[in-house]
Ligand binder design. Structure first.
Ligand SMILES: Cc1cc2nc3c(=O)[nH]c(=O)nc-3n(C[C@H](O)[C@H](O)[C@H](O)COP(=O)(O)O)c2cc1C
Length: 383
């Protein structure tokens, strides 16, 4: 897709080439890259393309309302910004620009533990809800301090990323020799990590070695108690794709799940998030909200995810494209485009409210989203 030559971009994807033109080549590949062959990056998009919509008619769509609540807080649309490290790589104001943009739309921003601005500074500029993403650090004392600081700064939820016992094999980072520029740091972890942050060697990804030194791969279900006992904030698990894990998380009382494969950056070959969503929604059975991220690039994608059972979706790379192309205004425009396209899709699909986005809106209902179970109970199937 190419950028429009007249006026501002008309679609989110038109922000990608604008961002690329303004970023160092290695940074572009750090943003865009996935793990291994990037088959999961592609699968996320393919799933959205494959599922099609059966619009309803004669349903009075003179007013279509995209507003909702996300973890109990009002939002103008079922959207949020997914956690991403170092927004300063995309624009000078870093996460401050992001939370201002998201705040204007009243949608949540998940700030990464590797944010390039302090939690306090981010919170000062936030006009919408801000959540904190955590990796399970070896140093539990550091984790505890980070949680307390975020609570004190007014963050509203904790998002524990559970798909990252180690970093995926991000080949593009290695091929393009990506490393953090010296002026970009992780101030919320300062002193604990700066020793590693800017190391690099030819041919290997500095970032993955750095992360592996920090992330504790022994994370398991019993650790959730530790986190629960140290915070009063809602706990969201990010990176769940299996129904069994989703059911267990709901049994343990987590406050929400994000169906995510980390934008295809972790396990290459992992399911597309839209494909995994219906099974997760069924397993959770209404006990907590289920969110989705990965490959959301337009309003009809949001509509499909909601029809398949998501309460809201989070957006990753497109927000970085907006930030890189035009700072805060670019990120705001990306989110606004998504919200406006969703409103448009709702009208054309005959759905005036988010409640009317149900699985029967999708071709063959949720079955079109999730392939049927391979085990066939029928006598023919058991032969
Ligand atoms: C540059 C970049 C950095 C990311 N950093 C983190 C991170 O620090 N923690 C995390 O949980 N997810 C991280 N993610 C994954 C996102 O939260 C999200 O799952 C993914 O980007 C969604 O897919 P999308 O980019 O196709 O929208 C990162 C993604 C990108 C592109």
């Amino acid at each position: 897709m190419t950028a429009t030559t007249v006026g501002r971009p008309l679609t989110i994807e038109e922000y990608a080439p604008l961002a690329r033109a303004r970023l160092p080549e290695a940074t572009w590949h750090y943003f865009e890259g996935g793990a291994g062959t990037e088959s999961t990056v592609e699968a996320n998009r393919a799933a959205f393309r494959r599922v099609r919509i059966r619009p309803r008619v004669l349903s009075d769509v003179s007013h279509c309302d995209t507003s909702t609540t996300i973890l109990g807080e009002p939002a103008s649309a079922p959207l949020g910004v997914a956690p991403m490290a170092y927004h300063e790589l995309a624009c000078e104001e870093g996460e401050v620009a992001t939370v201002r943009a998201a705040g204007e739309l009243r949608v949540p921003t998940v700030v990464g533990i590797f944010a390039s601005r302090s939690f306090e500074r981010i919170a000062e500029h936030a006009t919408g809800p801000v959540w904190l993403q955590l990796y399970w650090l070896h140093r539990r004392g550091v984790l505890e301090r980070v949680v307390r600081r975020a609570e004190d700064a007014g963050f509203r939820a904790l998002v524990l990323t559970v798909d990252t016992p180690r970093l995926g094999r991000r080949l593009r980072e290695a091929r393009h020799g990506f490393h953090l520029p010296p002026h970009i740091t992780a101030p919320n972890l300062d002193g604990e990590v700066t020793g590693f942050l800017h190391e690099h060697e030819d041919g290997s990804s500095a970032l993955s070695r750095h992360a592996d030194a920090f992330i504790d791969p022994s994370l398991n279900w019993s650790d959730l108690d530790w986190l629960r006992s140290r915070t009063r904030l809602p706990i969201v698990l990010k990176g769940v794709l299996s129904a069994a894990d989703a059911a267990r998380a709901a049994d343990l009382g987590v406050d929400a799940l994000i169906v995510s494969n980390h934008g295809g950056r972790q396990l290459d070959g992992a399911s597309a998030t839209l494909d995994a969503l219906p099974d997760v929604v069924r397993a959770v059975a209404g006990r907590c909200p289920v969110f989705l991220d990965g490959g959301v690039r337009g309003g009809t994608d949001v509509l499909k995810a909601l029809a398949a059972g998501a309460r809201a979706v989070f957006v990753g790379r497109p927000v970085l494209w907006g930030l890189a192309a035009a700072g805060e205004a670019g990120a705001r425009d990306v989110l606004t485009l998504l919200r406006d396209e969703l409103e448009d899709a709702m009208a054309l699909a005959g759905c005036p409210s988010l409640d009317s986005l149900t699985p029967d809106l999708l071709d063959r209902g949720a079955a079109a989203v999730a392939p049927a179970a391979s085990y066939d109970e029928s006598p023919e199937g058991r032969r």
